[in-house]
Design a protein around this ligand. Structure first.
Ligand SMILES: NC(=O)c1ccc[n+]([C@@H]2O[C@H](COP(=O)([O-])OP(=O)(O)OC[C@H]3O[C@@H](n4cnc5c(N)ncnc54)[C@H](O)[C@@H]3O)[C@@H](O)[C@H]2O)c1
Length: 194
């Protein structure tokens, strides 16, 4: 199950979908706030290999629906791998907007935190839940959760505030989980593109 990226047509994630469906014969459920993009990738992969579902990762019920749709559509009726990919970039951070220091400051727009962090935390809870179900059905199973970080989560990133904060938080989320998650049937790691 995956949330796609870069125009949902050319991204690494599309290649990842292709690898999963072709080499590993996986069924992929693709969730994105852009329904057309999710469905376009699913159509390219073929209806026997993928389904596209509209999902705003900031909304719990939409993520729950995505996971349920993944189970309902997949031939094995289970989820083995979850990739939390949806993310907003750090340009024009609303915290950094230039304002007259003599005036009342405006309330910042925190959608980068909502998408990158709230969305990833929801995905993490749901992935852990469905991996536990998988482990109950098959004690030898271990679900794989891949969180999407960034080098911005490791190094100083003076151009932005919310984006590097979310990516550092995602890295810490993985670090907190990795000590105990295996007992519950979850392998977890972060991929951090440059
Ligand atoms: N491209 C890079 O160089 C790079 C570098 C470091 C990290 N990353 C991370 O990789 C991931 C993908 O990056 P990308 O460059 O492909 O980004 P992108 O902007 O091309 O794709 C992001 C995807 O997230 C979707 N999305 C946005 N808001 C959403 C929401 N509320 N709910 C569901 N989907 C939503 C968009 O529709 C889009 O398909 C992100 O988490 C990003 O932070 C990318």
């Amino acid at each position: 199950m995956l949330q796609p990226g870069k125009n949902a047509e050319l991204a690494i994630e599309r290649v990842e979908c292709q690898r999963l469906t072709l080499a590993d014969r996986a069924f992929v459920a693709i969730g994105d706030i852009n329904a057309d993009a999710a469905k376009a990738v699913a159509t390219q992969l073929g209806e026997k290999s993928a389904v596209g579902v509209v999902c705003d990762v900031r909304v719990w019920l939409q993520q729950l629906n995505l996971f349920e749709a993944a189970i309902a559509s997949s031939p094995k009726k289970q989820i083995d791998i979850v990739i939390a990919n949806a993310g907003l970039g750090g340009a024009n951070d609303s915290i950094m907007v230039e304002e007259d220091p003599d005036q009342i400051p405006s309330e910042p727009d925190l959608k980068v935190i909502d998408v990158n962090l709230r969305g990833t935390v929801y995905t993490t809870k749901l992935a852990t839940h469905y991996f536990k179900r998988l482990r109950k059905q098959d004690p030898s199973s271990d679900g794989c959760l891949i969180l999407k970080g960034s080098t911005a989560g490791y190094i100083d990133w003076p151009r932005s505030r919310q984006y590097p904060a979310t990516k550092a938080a995602i890295r810490d989320l993985m670090k907190c989980m990795r000590h105990t998650s295996l007992e519950q049937g979850t392998r977890v790691n972060v991929v951090a593109p440059a």
